[in-house]
Ligand binder design. Sequence first.
Ligand code: F6R
Length: 601
Amino acid sequence: MCGIVVYSGRGRDDAPALVLEGLKKLEYRGYDSWGITSVDRKGRVSTLKRVGKIGGADPRSVRKLLGSGSVAVGHTRWATHGGISERNAHPQFDCAGRIAVVHNGIIENYQELKAPLVARGHRFTSETDTELITHYIEEYMGKGLSLQEAARLVARRLKGRSAFVAVDTRSCRIAAARLGAPLIVGVGDKGRLFISSDVSGFLDHTKRVMYIDDNEMAALSGSGDRSRMPSFFEIGSGKRVRKRIITVGWKGGTESKSGYEHFLIKEIMEQKRTIAQAINQDDWRIRQAAGRIRNAFGVFIVGAGTAGRVCAAGEYLFSDIARKHVNSAVASEFASYRHYLTRKTLMIAVSQSGETVDLLDAIDVAKSKGARVLSLVNVFGSTLMRASDDYLMLNAGAEKAVASTKATTAQLSLLTLLAYATAGRLKDGKRLLLDTAAQVNDMLNPRYEDRIKRLARKLKGQKDIFVIGRGVNYPMAEEAAIKLQETSYIHAHGFAGGELKHGPLALVRKGSACIVMAANDDSKREIMGNAMEVRARGGYVIGVAPENSDVFDYWLKVPDAGSASPIVNIIPVQILAYHLALLRGINPDYPRNLAKSVTVK
Ligand code: F6R
């Protein structure tokens, strides 16, 4: 959550423009408000803050207000401490207006740290927790410490996962501290340096990066200094840390909408190829992972939100395909399982971003018990990837829309492949998934989308949508509900078909919409029975199934994909969610109150 981009160059650079461009790439991380502070060649400091999305910021007016210069620091915010206002947008400043700070994450001991500052007369102008960092740096520098040392001492006092960058607008020195939330240094040519919370913040300018690890910080000298290489330190001891420059091969995928109106529909359509891309893995790596799954004493698949629903589907996949018992868990609840973790446990961590704090905390729990971590992750170089013992890339390319689509089906594909490999049937798994990829390619045509659009018109006024499934499609029913909630703001509820009669059926009235995921598997007869129960009470039944039925009021045909049914069943609901958003006047890429990377608890 929240995006940081900082640029420090030399000579005639246009720092505010570079920061603006980088922040636009990070908008998916937070879009409540944004701000940029720049220092021009004459040392003049200007700040621009706005409420709303940075995507709409016009580079010409930003240039007019901020001029050009060689140093700029910017932030796009997802509000945590303090409401959405220009006052609370970052950068935040100390009393003298000299130290500019941008910050991601939460300072858990905020109250405790703020009180003494107030008592010593510091004036707080925002409601953010970030601002206290500026005042502490001000105090430490007032005692003669360098920016780097002052930032280090503050960082040592902060509790909770966060990251901040502080810029001394007088000397143009910069200090960046990582305390559990990502920060990466980009090393450009001719002494041009970037710092960002995500490589996409500077990937168009350099692919050479230096990762700041947890509890470390980076210090950049002023733009006039000859040596432009950053130095790295441990936050705890202040000891110097040596770093290598790594060239990132990851392109981050195409980041334009490629002619589509929104990222969401573009990413849905990209599933024509991302399923095949997800399983395009080295066989030996898949076999090695499968061997670890087979031999582990206790396997947990863990993820948050949509990824959590994928993990729940994974539990069924491993049972059905490999007869292997694995436990799925929601990342934020994983700590409750700590008593079952040992050195023989394998944790499979599933994540698009690789930055979800609930999942990173879950990994810490697993590691503290000596468990091994295998991650399935989309973002190369992410915290999750770097913290795992082994990783497999999802290969879905950058996913920008907040609602996950192509990463979801990539996760499902890779878990299905692993289940087949665990059963010693890797080739069968590959064949099935390649067939599924081809069927999805055929399915995603304009006529299919039109049919779903017609359904969206029928459903756009609904107050509630129910989704039911059984077996592996039970978690997919829950995932369908997440997609509908976040894009259309219609109350949607997904549950197991068998649970209908244990309560939710009381909510079904004439015209209530119920999506039924009816795969051609062992559960078909029973889920159709549940569909009938809804129909008998006047409900409007939408079947997502390979075959039509009299029970369905509306049929969304999907291929008969066998064990890959979760992949094909979720896609029509993704398209439905997109069109419901449009019909209800909602921007499908940026649901209110949500952000793409959830880096707070
Ligand atoms: C919903 C959605 C979220 C994410 C969740 C985990 O469409 O995208 O529920 O799945 O925040 O994110 P990652 O996969 O980045 O760990």
